[in-house]
Design a protein around this ligand. Structure first.
Ligand code: KG4
Length: 383
């Protein structure tokens, strides 16, 4: 099985390198006018980083020029909806179909030519191996053809550095170092002390499920589809957050746990359904509101403790769950009550996107932190 996957992976990688080289040859434009060449010359003073993100089920490419976002294209994969979760094999096949149009569009919308690119940054991990392989192999082919460096990016670091994406050259609102970042997504729930662009310390993390996973799994048992987080959020806005009480974990330090909450939610439904068969339908909004409040309280209790203990007031949030309106409200309340300077990412940068990969690549480019052409993806990797 492992051997089969290894062989298939190699075939995938070879195919992608060929596709990427074809892509470059196809787009080579030998008929450049004097005007075009002049533009290229002036543009070449700018550091243009192409970011490629394929860690899960979104194929995304973005261009950042001198730290300013020039384009950010995301192609989602509806194919997983019927299965109630991401199917890894289908994800990598969809990435293969999407990668060329997505990269082409990102370069086009950035208003540059691929020859203006300074480097290609790509997500090396963590994520689904087959999906990562598509982005990694494509990045290799493109960088080799253009004779530019490759930059490997840690997906978790990229979520944090999304706060440094500039929408315009004078957009200077970003957290000051050191700051705390609550990173909450479908696979991670961490409190990170960010000392510099390239120096991050995980001071607390989930010992079992992630916050996004808790939203998704509870949504699944209510038949709300995948991904469940956004649906729970929408229904929660119409429900009573005090209607139900679910158990909260009691673990030391800054670590999280969400498996107990999931079980408690499941048992509440199981017991209630015995008495009232259409219990879920009748109480959907209240269940979602109570679930969301519990998740947010668990997250904020530990974050508040960490901020207090470390005496920090620069506090950011990142990752897919940072789109949650209940969590955002809790951040605003904490800012008012505890004098926190808070940083909430724009919705477009909460879930997986290549803009965050490109900005991370930009800072790594400035410190000449390039990777070798034989870099392989990592399914699991820490910060
Ligand atoms: O960061 P992300 O796009 O992917 C990774 O896991 O890396 O996060 C996806 C997670 C899913 O669990 C999804 O349900 C959750 O973010 N999510 C939300 C909301 N939007 C996305 N959870 C709660 N409320 C939301 N509005």
């Amino acid at each position: 099985m492992a051997c089969r996957f290894k062989c298939e992976s190699k075939i995938y990688a070879t195919k992608l390198i060929i596709i990427a080289i074809d892509f470059v040859i196809l787009h080579l434009n030998f008929k450049r006018s004097f005007h075009d060449l002049y533009i290229k010359k002036s543009k070449s003073m700018i550091i243009n980083i192409l970011g490629i993100e394929t860690s899960c089920d979104d194929t995304s490419a973005a261009v950042i020029g001198d730290g300013v976002l020039l384009s950010n294209i995301i192609a989602g994969q509806a194919v997983h909806e019927t299965y109630g979760g991401v199917v890894p094999e289908l994800a990598s096949r969809a990435h293969q179909q999407n990668i060329i149009p997505v990269v082409s569009e990102a370069i086009k919308r950035a208003g540059i030519d691929k020859s203006d690119l300074s480097a290609v940054a790509f997500t090396r991990g963590p994520g689904l191996l087959g999906s990562l392989l598509v982005g990694t192999s494509f990045a290799k082919g493109l960088a080799a053809s253009l004779h530019i460096p490759m930059i490997e990016v840690n997906h978790l670091q990229a979520h944090v550095l999304a706060h440094f994406i500039k929408n315009s050259p004078d957009d200077n609102r970003h957290p000051a170092f050191p700051f705390l970042c609550l990173l909450v997504s479908g696979g991670n729930s961490q409190i990170i002390k960010v000392n510099a662009y390239d120096e991050m310390e995980v001071i607390g993390q989930t010992i079992d499920d992630a916050a996004g996973e808790a939203f998704d799994k509870c949504a699944k048992v209510m038949g709300l589809g995948y991904p469940g987080g956004p649906v729970v959020n929408r229904l929660a806005n119409e429900g009573n957050p005090k209607a139900f009480t679910f158990s909260k974990p009691h673990i030391p330090g800054y670590d999280y746990s969400f498996s107990g909450l999931k079980t408690s939610f499941l048992y509440t439904l199981r017991d209630a359904l015995k008495e009232e068969p259409d219990f879920i339908e009748q109480h959907k909004a209240d269940l979602c509101a109570s679930l969301q409040t519990t998740v947010v309280e668990i997250l904020m209790d530990k974050l508040r403790k960490a901020a207090k203990d470390l005496g920090m007031k620069e506090i950011a949030v990142a990752g897919g769950v940072s789109a949650n309106s209940g969590l955002r409200d809790a951040f605003r309340e904490h800012a008012a009550k505890y004098g926190w300077n808070i940083y909430l990412p724009p919705n477009a940068f909460t879930t997986d996107n290549a803009a965050m990969v490109a900005i991370t690549g930009y800072y790594k480019y400035l410190s000449r932190d390039f990777c070798r052409m034989d870099a392989v993806p990592f399914a699991r990797v820490q910060l």
